[in-house]
Design a protein around this ligand. Structure first.
Ligand code: PLP
Length: 863
């Protein structure tokens, strides 16, 4: 019979053990080995059986065992020590507390997924893991962040394989009562609620679970409450499941409901209101609409002023360079959900629609684009690696017509990974031994690492990985219908001494899971070499609706099933954080072969690098930035080749060439002591060169300095009685209206009449019409520098001219000098931009006025 309702009964710990409860409920245990050891000591056998899940541990450990621990003084000491350590971690001053008053008092971080630990399956891949690492690093650094997400009752799916190698999905129920989550309650004890209005008078209700991630609270909204109608109850059923409308409801709950949840949390806990709102990808973009609504309805601002304050305090991070990966809805669907009887008084639907409109060349007028809205609702935006920043500027350049792509106001902060989460314990201990104390994870002692020890530890981690892989392989074959009797070969599948290559990630087509199958005889020769074989471990989930991805998995699985190679190449189902840990730690080489430039950043290679793994990757994402010729290998990418199949063949061949010619010899060339010296040298160089860069703590430093702090200051300047916001909104309206009559009338230059020499000074006089604007409203700039044969300026330098005289009818003269400091072909042009101290970028309004023709390119070479 089926239960109509289920709940999990939480154990009551005997009083002396009650600190255990606190240790379990704070997810800091997930990156603190000492706390994990303590949990293991509670009952080693149960700890293993429950898959290192401490909530389950407490639920399943026999009560006699708990009773015995109560009177075990040694355990009592350890428990107290761990509890004290957590207490100190949660309260002491850290890096952020030394930054003074110019940084935000509170930052809200919104994401559709969070990967904190394998026991909390609220993530599908890189975006979620990044969000989890962001919270953990913020916690370590004392950055006052609060996370906002959704609590999916079935999380993401569990992957298994059919006998034919086809991906199967299961969605086991995730019971919040069995997780380290606490329901947010009013002081009356009643569960706190947020509601979001829906069309036709419907209401979406949600309760709020709080996960404590070290110092950081993470609020997870859950629509599985009884007062919801069945449809609304299912809004948070699955991560990335369901159709378009389902996704829209999820995003309304995350964005609008998320801001409301923050308000409820701050009221109950007495915490400060966030000054900066960071949206991790466009899915949470509706948070900006809710903040505008608050300013209009609660504080009496007009929409445009509210928009300015909201923008000032918002940071938008875009994560996909794949146009098909951008989140878009039909305009009609948005109109139906945020207009009509569900329109908020202060947020008229036409203003909403305008924010997400693709009203630029090549845009689709029927579409509401969440990334475009993200950019319009955030004064600061960034991509997630240098290359991705560049690609994003190109991708969204339509929003800033008239500007060079390099000036599109999208910066970049390269992702990082949380070292305490991803560095294998043995590696962390080696670092600590070498530098005498702490596990900073930045490997500043890399060149002092004892070679023998480093190699020995890699061997241990490789052996651990082989053991994990055999166990998973056996489980998978049994689930696919094999009998134990057929599986004897698994005991000797894989080899702890063979060069081990890992490839694990989600399976969208651009990641090219099957590139390695490009030349099967060549691959087999590598796998089956009697002297110097390689072995490959593969894992990854395909989105359930992506049959193309499932076909790729099937292709790989069928290859791996072949008795000829199955001991050297394996597909391990159900890639999650639990599998990622041994993989990134145990592999010698981490392979990544995306179609450049579609990998926004990629982070698994960073995790491998922190464990001394060498990257073998296409120069995409982070690897384009930090490959230095010695810390791994760059697979040459056939960027210009249009024919996709041919490009794959070229790149697959380049991959085999590298493995055969460089990777294999370097791994197997041993000295008299059996040590691959040159390999170990590369491991040390990888740790030393990448260690400090790939850290999430470095990423947090960057976000705080480049984005959060400027955003807080901008937002404070406008929040002060709102006069600043009104003034800025008024100024923007005035500038937009006047702009059609702003133009460069005439430019004169003097100083280099018929010959130009290095060191000479050119004086400029620009005569401009400003219509209703004043000289203070604009920046008149000379752009000068080298020109190519077509008179195009290359990387011009920019000099602002000073207002010199105002004539009648809005005409003015601006003047200034430029010193010629480079030889060769030289040219210049003039432009006018809006100018205001509150702008984060002079391209912010997308307004620029160029001369009708580029005047006065000087001819000839400068000497
Ligand atoms: C790190 C990680 C990812 C992201 O890997 P990419 O290299 O960015 O694709 C995905 N899934 C899991 C389980 C991870 O640990």
């Amino acid at each position: 019979m089926r239960a109509i309702r289920r709940f999990t009964v939480r154990p009551v710990l005997p009083e002396p053990l009650s600190p255990l409860g606190d240790l379990v409920m704070n997810l800091r245990w997930s990156w603190d080995p000492a706390t994990q050891d303590l949990f293991e000591a509670v009952d080693p056998e149960t700890w293993e059986r429950v898959g290192h899940d401490p909530v389950r541990l407490l639920g399943e450990v026999p009560s006699e065992r708990l009773a015995a621990l109560t009177s075990d003084p040694a355990f009592g000491d350890r428990l107290r020590e761990a509890a004290d350590d957590l207490g100190q971690y949660l309260t002491g001053d850290r890096w952020y507390q030394g930054l003074g008053a110019d940084v935000p008092k509170q930052i809200a971080y919104f994401s559709p997924e969070f990967g904190i630990s394998a026991v909390l399956p609220q993530y599908s891949g890189g975006l979620g893991i990044l969000a989890g690492d962001h919270l953990k690093a913020a916690s370590d650094l004392g950055v006052p962040l609060v996370g906002v997400g959704l609590m999916y009752r079935h999380g993401y799916f569990v992957q298994s394989l059919s006998a034919e190698g086809w991906q199967q999905e299961r969605y086991p129920l995730v019971d919040p009562d069995g997780l380290p989550l606490q329901l947010l309650r009013e002081s009356s004890g009643k569960a706190a609620r947020v509601t979001v209005g829906l069309p036709d008078g419907r209401t979406l209700n949600a309760q709020i679970w709080v996960a404590q991630v070290g110092r950081i609270p993470l609020l997870l909204l859950d629509s599985g409450v009884e007062e919801n109608a069945p449809l609304e109850r299912d809004v948070t059923d699955r991560l990335y499941g369901g159709g378009t409308e389902h996704r829209l409801l999820q995003e309304m709950l995350l964005g609008i409901g998320g801001v409301r949840a923050l308000r409820v949390y701050a009221r109950i806990q007495g915490t400060p209101a966030p000054e900066v709102f960071h949206t991790n990808e466009g899915h949470a973009g509706f948070l900006g609409l809710e903040r505008i609504r608050e300013y209009v309805e609660d504080r009496g601002l007009d929409f445009s002023s509210a928009l300015e304050i909201t923008r000032a305090g918002t940071v938008f991070t875009t994560h996909t360079p794949v146009p098909a990966g951008i989140d878009r809805f039909g305009r009609d669907l948005i109109e139906q959900h945020l207009g009509g009887d569900n329109a908020a008084e202060g947020v008229p639907i036409d203003r909403v629609l305008a924010l997400g409109a693709e009203d630029y060349e090549g845009g689709d007028p029927g579409v509401f684009n969440m990334a475009v809205m993200g950019l319009r609702l955030a004064q600061r935006a960034n991509g997630v690696s240098k290359l991705h920043g560049e690609v994003s500027r190109g991708m969204f350049s339509g929003l800033w017509p008239g500007f060079d792509v390099t000036e599109v106001p999208i910066a970049s902060v390269t992702n990082g990974v949380h070292a305490p989460t991803w560095v294998a314990r043995e590696m962390g201990e080696l670092e600590a031994r070498t530098n005498g104390n702490d596990v900073s994870g930045d490997w500043d002692v890399a060149d002092q690492l004892p070679e023998n020890e480093l190699w020995h530890i890699k061997g241990l981690l490789r052996a651990q990985l082989v053991a994990v892989a055999r166990r998973r392989l056996r489980e998978s074959w049994l689930a696919r219908g094999a009998s134990e009797a057929e599986l004897g070969w698994i005991d000797s599948a894989l080899d702890p001494n063979v060069l081990t290559i890992g490839f694990a990630r989600r399976v969208p087509s651009y990641k090219r899971l099957t590139l390695m199958l490009g030349d099967i005889p060549r691959l087999k020769a590598l796998l089956l070499s009697s002297e110097r074989p390689i072995q490959i471990l593969i894992a990854g989930k395909s989105h359930p609706a992506d049959d193309g991805g499932k076909k790729l998995i099937q292709e790989i699985v069928r290859f791996c099933d072949d008795p000829e190679v199955r001991h050297r190449i394996v597909f391990l189902p159900d890639y999650d954080m639990g599998l990622a840990h041994p993989l990134v730690a145990g592999c010698d080489v981490w392979l990544n072969n995306p179609l450049r430039p579609y990998e926004a950043c990629g982070t698994s290679g960073m995790k491998a690098a922190l464990n001394g793994g060498l990257n073998l990757s296409i120069r995409d994402g982070w690897w384009d930035e930090w490959f230095d010729g010695e810390n791994g290998w760059a697979i040459p990418s056939a960027d210009g080749v249009q024919d996709a199949d041919r490009r794959d063949v070229l790149e697959a061949n380049a991959l085999y060439d590298l493995i055969e010619g460089q990777v294999v010899p370097r791994f197997y060339d041993r000295d008299a002591d059996g040590l691959p010296r040159r390999w170990v040298e590369m491991m040390r160089h990888t740790l030393g060169s990448l260690g400090p860069k790939v850290l999430a703590s470095r990423m947090l430093h960057d976000y705080v300095r480049k984005l959060y702090a400027p955003s807080a200051l901008a937002s404070r300047a406008l929040n002060d009685s709102y006069d600043g916001a009104r003034a800025l909104a008024g100024w923007k309206a005035r500038v937009r209206e006047a702009w059609p009559s702003v133009r460069v009338d005439h430019v004169e230059s003097s100083g280099v009449d018929d010959h130009a020499e290095l060191g000479m000074t050119v004086s400029f006089r620009a005569f401009v019409s400003l219509g209703a604007l004043t000289p203070a409203d604009v920046d008149v700039q000379v752009l000068h520098g080298r020109v190519d044969e077509a008179d195009t300026l290359r990387d011009p330098a920019v000099v602002s001219l000073e207002p010199a005289e105002t004539y009648e009818a809005g005409r003015c003269r601006f003047e200034g000098d430029v010193k010629l400091d480079r030889t060769g072909p030289f040219g210049y042009t003039i432009r006018i931009l809006p100018k205001n101290a509150q702008l984060a970028s002079s391209a912010e309004l997308g307004l620029v006025s160029w001369p009708a023709e580029t005047p006065g390119i000087t001819n000839g070479d400068l000497r």
